[in-house]
Design a protein around this ligand. Structure first.
Ligand SMILES: [Zn+2]
Length: 175
């Protein structure tokens, strides 16, 4: 089976190295082939909500979609800016299957994290959002990477892997 290609895009100045940190987990756990975009997006001022001092996920995702080329199935941005969607105080990330785009931020994953721990947290949340792009839902299993994390500690409880039911679901989706 040919692997779906996920385009990874730097948005702003995250510490995460797109291919070095994300290529292997995306391939191993989701069967995705990651490529890094040659285009690096600067801090997304167009997405800034000034009263919240946060950046709107959907505005960033609309920009990411414009980078999709025929070879790419999906696009995911990795950023350092603090993200929100209207109903939440903040989000670690967001994904929309319809537009095949998602974004993950380091901003709320940084507290108390060494560079190594931050890298692991970003890996986990990138897997979660990429899993959504492939059609997986949130999972109740706190150790599954598809579990919805509310705090960095929730993220740290997750394994960098799908639970068995989610793995089976992914296989069904890929049939
Ligand atoms: Zn699961």
């Amino acid at each position: 089976m040919t692997r779906k290609v996920l385009l990874l895009v730097t948005v702003g100045q995250p510490a995460t190295s797109l291919l070095r940190d994300l290529e292997e987990p995306l391939a191993t756990h989701l069967g995705l082939s990651a490529v890094a975009s040659k285009t690096v997006l600067s801090r997304p001022t167009y997405a800034l909500n000034e009263s919240r001092a946060q950046y709107h996920c959907n505005a960033i995702m609309r920009r990411l979609v414009t980078l999709l080329e025929p070879a790419h199935a999906l696009v995911l941005g990795v950023t350092d800016v603090d993200l929100f969607v209207p109903d939440s105080a903040f989000v670690f990330g967001e994904a929309d299957r319809g537009t095949r785009s998602g974004v993950v931020s380091e901003a709320r994953l940084r507290p108390g994290a060494s560079p190594e721990l931050l890298r692991r947290r970003v890996q986990a949340e990138v897997l979660t959002q990429a899993g959504h792009l492939l059609g997986l839902s949130y999972c109740e299993d706190a150790r599954c990477v598809m579990c919805q994390a509310q705090t960095p500690q929730d993220v740290d409880r997750k394994q960098l892997a799908l639970c068995n039911p989610c793995r089976n679901e992914l296989q069904k989706l890929q049939r």
